[in-house]
Design a protein around this ligand. Structure first.
Ligand SMILES: Cc1cc2nc3c(=O)[nH]c(=O)nc-3n(C[C@H](O)[C@H](O)[C@H](O)COP(=O)(O)OP(=O)(O)OC[C@H]3O[C@@H](n4cnc5c(N)ncnc54)[C@H](O)[C@@H]3O)c2cc1C
Length: 365
């Protein structure tokens, strides 16, 4: 039986005013799927969630194909030391850790490919995927592990010094700044949470905010205001990050007076201006929250589309850690394996025949 997406479900696919949207599949019209490869499980994304899903799917003989997307290895390739992933008592470099994930997944037969899934058609199984706008692939089940991208300011030196004093993860990198002075950019709840957390390690935490009031909830503001180690710098924006191989200061501007100054005591710059989940290709198919994070059913990785599972930061705006992403990647593979065992595989030719058959049967009887 064809399993179809629940188009009446809540949240997205909606237009934002609550009306259900029908995703555009016209880009599939000119693509010939007759020779498209078929895989039991296609995994989209190669961060900790995707590679872990691949390890489990490969070991369950699910013939997984994994697409690496625009950032092979995911967010951890943008950092240096990872000290909180279990099993590495001495810590490990982010890129090296992700290479090891990949080796482990490939050892069990995962097929990994460069390419970005640009469009999906989840209207019926087998699901259709388009890679880089042109390569067709069929999937009996799909695991979405496309992660999220931390927002940065976009300054040239900020980008150059990511992982060398510039970071978007206080939980991950806070303890590297013991006894130092750091700055947090942002004015929302995460900025307050990160600033407060950083006072455990840093001797001083500046919160730089481009306005003169915060967006954060009252309780989070109060907690930060009461903390002696936190100093707020209002109406202020970072215009440069200084240092050759490590952050050695920041240059800021007061956007009211136009006055610039260098804060050379700052050795760590924490961006807390939000994350963007990489879920654009799935909009209209998968339910998402207002910020675009995929909604999964409680205690599982099930999405609103049967046979499509979501794991990692693409569905988690709360914990956003490698180990939690890996955990949900494992869950997604197990969910997919059990779901396929129950619902079986669908042959695309059989699907075409199935549509044609009822008339023939009626003619015979
Ligand atoms: C600077 C920094 C430091 C961090 N340090 C730590 C740390 O020390 N410890 C820790 O536990 N966590 C750390 N984190 C958080 C951790 O990196 C994330 O929680 C984790 O990487 C999320 O894993 P993920 O698999 O969900 O997605 P990601 O790592 O975000 O990977 C997403 C993958 O999806 C791919 N992709 C996206 N769109 C598509 C598409 N359309 N088609 C195909 N592929 C696609 C990307 O190319 C990428 O491979 C850090 C994060 C940052 C930014």
């Amino acid at each position: 039986m064809a399993v179809t997406a629940d188009q009446n479900s809540t949240s997205n696919g909606t237009t934002g005013d609550g009306a259900p949207t029908t995703p555009d599949t016209s880009m599939f019209d000119d693509i010939d799927f007759s020779d498209a490869e078929m895989h039991d499980v296609v995994i989209i994304g190669t961060g900790p969630a995707g590679w872990t899903a691949a390890i489990y799917a490969a070991r369950a003989d699910l013939d997984p194909l994994i697409y690496m997307g625009p950032e092979p290895g995911g967010q951890l390739t943008t950092t240096t030391d990872v000290e909180n992933y279990p099993g590495f008592p001495e810590g490990i470099l982010g890129p090296e850790m992700m290479e090891r994930f990949q080796q482990q997944a490939e050892r069990f037969g995962t097929e990994s490919r460069y390419g970005t899934v640009t469009h999906v058609d989840f209207s019926e199984r087998p699901y259709r995927l388009l890679v880089d706008e042109e390569t067709p692939v069929y999937a009996q089940a799909v695991i979405v592990s496309t992660g999220a991208s931390a927002r940065y300011l976009g300054l040239e030196n900020e980008q150059r010094l990511i992982g060398k004093g510039v970071t978007a993860c206080a939980t991950c990198d806070g303890s590297f700044f013991r006894g130092e002075t750091v700055a947090v950019v942002g004015g929302g709840d995460s900025a307050m949470e990160e600033a407060t957390f950083l006072t455990k390690f840093a001797k001083k935490v500046y919160v730089l905010h481009r306005r003169d009031e915060l967006r954060a909830s009252k309780i989070m503001q109060e907690r930060a205001f009461e903390n002696d180690k936190i100093e707020f710098v209002w109406n202020t924006e970072v215009i440069d990050v200084l240092g050759e191989n490590q952050v050695e200061g920041i240059e800021v501007i007061n956007n009211e007076t136009g006055e610039t100054r260098v804060m050379d005591e700052v050795t760590g710059l924490f961006l807390a201006i939000g994350h963007t989940p990489n879920t654009e290709p799935f909009m209209g198919w998968l339910d998402t929250d207002d910020n675009g994070y995929i909604i999964t059913k409680p205690d599982s990785t099930y999405t609103n589309v049967p046979g499509v599972f979501a794991s990692g930061d693409a569905q988690d705006h709360e914990y956003r850690q490698a180990v939690t992403a890996a955990g949900t990647g494992c869950m997604a593979a197990i969910d997919a394996e059990r779901w396929l065992a129950e619902h079986g595989r669908v042959d695309p030719q059989a699907e075409k025949k199935r549509v044609a058959e009822p008339k023939a049967t009626a003619a015979k009887s």
